[in-house]
Design a protein around this ligand. Structure first.
Ligand code: MLZ
Length: 459
């Protein structure tokens, strides 16, 4: 598999060892390849890998045992080193072609040669191996093929058009075409852009991504030509899409609200601020779109004419009923001017508004194994080209707070446990995408204060 930028990429192995850190297991990430079968990948499993502990100038291989698993990565120990001898342990990615099932060398006629450090330990290496390998588990034979098959959604192809949030004005959609696909992450190019490389990255399952005609069918604001608006509406009505249109059929079906009530304009709630994902804020339903989509405004935000309203589905895990933060002991960011004095009861009275009824919100909490301290790879959603090393610092129901290693807490992000923007350790290496390492002390630059940031400003 292509590994373009891997060379400059950050190396998890030594970092995990040095910090004695654990990683979120691959089974946590349902949108990632091999997630479903990953329970079968266990410590103690044996594999065949390149033997680098030799004198000869030739590629030879040896058996290694999985000592520890961190996401897609494994700490390995060559067979023959003792149970307590970690002196030559090394990390590899189980989902790259560096790791093979036991038996691979025999099938392609490559030699198994013991490491020179321990060469002296046994006379009959063959007998030793037979003994060690009897009853041992290894990777399934079709592991790598399955991975390749799993790695991309065939429904999304280069040059196809989508509707995606306008990064310069988050209350509107824009038309973009798929320029590159890396492990189900799309590099999109806004089609009407005057600048070159006016790109936006998002996963095929991102809530910011929609099929052609979605804006017309929901009533969402769309920055596009009149021709596009007419033709896309037509496609929605007739159900006939062109070859390079993404159609609704390849997007996840969002569940409709079945509980009777409806969100109404003016109702108050708590919501993750789309322009500052480290905060949960006091918010208002500003507009109700079709198909259970809502435009949410953060109370006290300065933008006029709704340019910072943001679309959340009624069942979005990023909106919460009034009192959610209080109940869960989280900081609620009040509108400007309220500071510590904020009180929902008074605020509702003062603003003569109603809290959105609790029954309208998504109360489902999918089972998940995320725990504070677990490492992962996460998209910096303020600059979604960047995939960075992160740590789960808090788990509240289905919500995770991700901290970017080395960065100030103001860069933290609240994300759902099923978010397609978080990945197991080793994902970047597997798909060949650059991973940003932790920010280190010597490269630290002054960071602008949060008030000056927004999707357009930070960077
Ligand atoms: N230009 C940005 C880069 C931030 C990247 C952080 N990723 C966790 C800034 O310095 O604000």
């Amino acid at each position: 598999y292509a590994r373009q930028n891997a060379a400059r990429s950050f190396d998890w192995g030594s970092y995990l060892s040095a910090n004695n850190a654990s990683a979120a297991p691959v089974t946590c990430f349902k949108h990632c390849p091999m997630s479903a079968g990953w329970d079968n990948i266990t410590v103690g499993m044996k594999v065949e890998v390149l033997n680098t502990d030799i004198d000869v100038d030739q590629n030879v291989f040896w058996i290694a045992t999985v000592i520890k698993i961190a996401g897609y990565k494994a700490k390995l120990r060559y067979e023959g080193f003792g149970v307590n001898d970690s002196s030559c342990d090394f990390w590899l990615n189980l989902c790259t072609q560096d790791v093979h099932p036991v038996g691979w060398c025999a099938t392609i006629g490559k030699p198994l040669v013991p490491p020179k450090t321990i060469q002296y330990k046994y006379g009959d290496w063959k007998a030793f191996l037979v003994k060690r390998l009897t009853g041992a588990r290894t990777l399934p034979n079709n592991f790598y093929n399955k991975l390749i098959e799993n790695i991309s959604d065939k429904n999304f192809k280069k040059s196809m058009e989508v509707e995606v949030v306008d990064k310069m004005c988050v209350s509107a959609m824009r038309v973009a075409s798929i320029d590159e696909i890396v492990g189900n992450r799309l590099r999109l190019q806004y089609v009407d852009s005057k600048e070159e490389n006016d790109e936006f990255w998002c996963h095929t399952l991102s809530p910011l991504l929609h099929p052609v005609g979605w804006s017309s069918s929901t009533g969402h604001r769309l920055h596009a030509t009149a021709e596009y608006k007419t033709s896309s509406l037509n496609k929605v009505i007739t159900g006939k899409y062109d070859e390079f249109d993404t159609s609704p059929s390849i997007f996840p079906k969002l569940e409709d609200s079945k509980n009777g009530g409806k969100f109404e304009v003016g109702m108050k709630l708590e919501a993750i601020d789309p322009l500052n994902l480290s905060t949960i804020c006091v918010a208002t339903v500003m507009k109700v779109l079709k198909k259970h989509y809502l435009m949410i405004g953060i109370d006290g935000s300065i933008a006029q004419n709704g340019t910072d309203w943001f679309c959340y589905h009624a069942k979005s895990p990023s909106i919460f009923p009034v009192g959610f933060c209080d109940v869960n002991n989280l900081d609620l960011t009040p509108p400007k001017g309220y500071k510590d004095t904020f009180n929902w009861f008074q605020y509702l009275k003062e603003t003569k508004s109603q809290a959105a009824p609790v029954k309208l919100f998504n109360k489902e909490v999918p089972k998940n194994e995320f725990k504070p301290g677990m490492k992962l790879e996460a998209v910096d959603l303020m600059e979604p080209r960047l995939l960075c090393t992160g740590t789960v610092v808090k788990v509240t129901g289905r919500l995770l707070r991700i901290h970017f290693d080395g960065w100030e807490d103001t860069y933290d992000q609240w994300v759902d446990c099923l978010s397609p923007d978080i990945y197991p350790v080793g994902w970047c290496e597997m798909v060949g995408y650059h991973l940003e390492g932790p920010k280190s002390k010597d490269t630290q630059q002054p960071v602008p204060t949060m008030q000056h940031m927004g999707k357009k400003k930070r960077g």
